[in-house]
Design a protein around this ligand. Structure first.
Ligand code: FES
Length: 421
């Protein structure tokens, strides 16, 4: 536990707590300071639910993802019994890291590289070589090891340390709290809003990792506003016209907006290469839904595919982002389906690289100048205000799920749109 700090003091965030039309952004130290980062690990990522993997990565028995999340390491594994579990990535003997970060498929057990203690995929300690009489001591060496002195040791007491884990749609979320609030409470009405898409039907088509020289919050905040589209994304703004953006925000720890309707693809690409899935309602069939699931995942849900951006903070100015393109396997298997998936991935990659370039530029700006935070543009940056205040809540120790609109979709701001497409 880190002691008192100005970053846990409500007064530090006075300008961000103001109503959005008067508010300023978070203090730059929130993106650059090691002290803030350490507290954020504890108070934001160490509590509640955090995105850890794509559900498709752990679909089959033995599928394993080792997720490094803000200083913690977790093993997410699908057991031989089909149950998804998560564990701290630490051996119960002398504390070695068990597995390296990344993806793998384990046959039957997790073996520690230090003294070879072995754990079942459900976390049970199976073997403690040369330690207990029933362990893997080679027959010809058993005389050397006198097991009679091993006292008060029961393997049942030394299984892997479990973590709460749940899958929802394309996401696997876990918690470093032993007894977190229900995931449903954190997600609020988002699962209901996306229920028509049948999120479970989408399967992984592409995965790409980006190493980004920016704080994860800059990536989040860039994602949740469309103010920058005309200048940063000349291709994207053609299929996601400025005037087609709406607030799409219910209660829950997420920010939501949508483009409705999305526009046809252009010579620069777009989102419509694959056919839309069946059974969507009139609005879902023509819209793109964009949700930032607090604290670290972007969910882009379109009529024909899903694009997930999962961020893992490594340092104040460094983030690993894994992206996942998912589609209905029946659609991607049709003639032209593979080319359409490739086109979608190319388009998203282009948009993402444009975003990365600008957020890295912001990181350099706030790190090296006397900039002290900027005034929010209420027309476009209400989602940032919502997100930043969720971060502040956690930093100062407030448990709160923000409210939202009763209507499904409303104008992003109350004035008539005055911006050309
Ligand atoms: Fe893992 Fe010793 S630390 S077996």
């Amino acid at each position: 536990m880190i002691g008192p700090s100005r970053f846990t003091d409500e007064e530090t965030y006075r300008a961000t707590r103001l109503p959005v039309d008067l508010a300023s952004t978070l203090t730059p130290a929130a993106y650059t300071s090691d002290e803030f980062f350490d507290l954020e690990r504890e108070r934001v990522f160490g509590r509640g639910w955090v995105g850890a993997a794509c559900a498709s990565e752990v679909a089959e028995a033995g599928d394993t993802v080792v997720a490094e999340l803000a200083g913690r390491s977790a093993i997410v594994v699908r057991g031989q019994d089909g149950v998804l579990r998560a564990f701290e990535n630490v051996c119960r003997h002398r504390g070695s890291r068990l597995l390296e970060p990344g993806r793998c498929r384990l046959a039957k057990h997790i073996k520690c590289p230090y003294h070879s203690w072995a754990y079942a995929l459900d976390g049970r300690l199976l073997g403690t070589p040369l330690f207990t009489a029933d362990s893997e001591v080679p027959v010809d060496q058993r005389g050397i090891f006198d097991m009679e002195d091993v006292r008060d040791f029961d393997k049942a007491d030394y299984g892997l340390l479990p973590l709460p884990v749940e899958a929802w749609g394309p996401l696997v979320l876990l918690s470093f709290e032993p007894d977190p609030p229900a995931l449903a409470d954190q997600l609020g009405d988002l699962p209901r809003r996306l229920a028509g898409y049948g999120l479970d039907r989408f399967e992984l088509q592409r995965h790409k990792r980006y190493e980004i020289g920016a704080n994860y919050k800059l990536i989040a905040e860039n994602f949740m506003e469309y103010y920058h589209l005309p200048w940063v994304h000349p291709s994207l703004v053609k299929v996601s016209p400025m005037k087609a953006h709406y607030r799409w925000q219910g209660h829950g720890m997420y920010t939501g907006m949508c483009t409705s309707p999305i526009a046809a693809d252009t010579e620069d690409g777009g989102w419509l290469g694959l056919p839309a899935i069946d059974g969507l309602n009139e609005s879902d069939a023509v819209s793109a839904r964009f949700a930032w699931v607090f604290p670290n995942v972007a969910l882009n849900v379109l009529p024909n595919h899903i694009f997930v951006m999962l961020t893992r903070p490594e340092a104040p100015g460094s983030t690993v982002e894994d992206t996942y393109l998912l589609a209905d396997p029946d659609a991607s298997a049709t003639p032209g389906g593979e080319a359409a998936v490739h086109g979608l991935h190319t388009f998203w990659d282009q948009v993402n690289r444009e975003d990365i370039e600008i957020v890295e530029r912001v990181q350099r700006g706030i790190s090296t100048t006397s900039y002290a935070g900027g005034r929010m543009c209420y027309r476009f940056e209400e989602p940032l205000h919502r997100f930043q205040n969720m971060v502040v809540d956690r930093m100062v120790g407030i448990d709160r799920v923000p409210p939202g609109d009763d209507e499904e979709q409303v104008p992003m701001f109350p004035e008539p749109h005055a911006i050309a497409p």
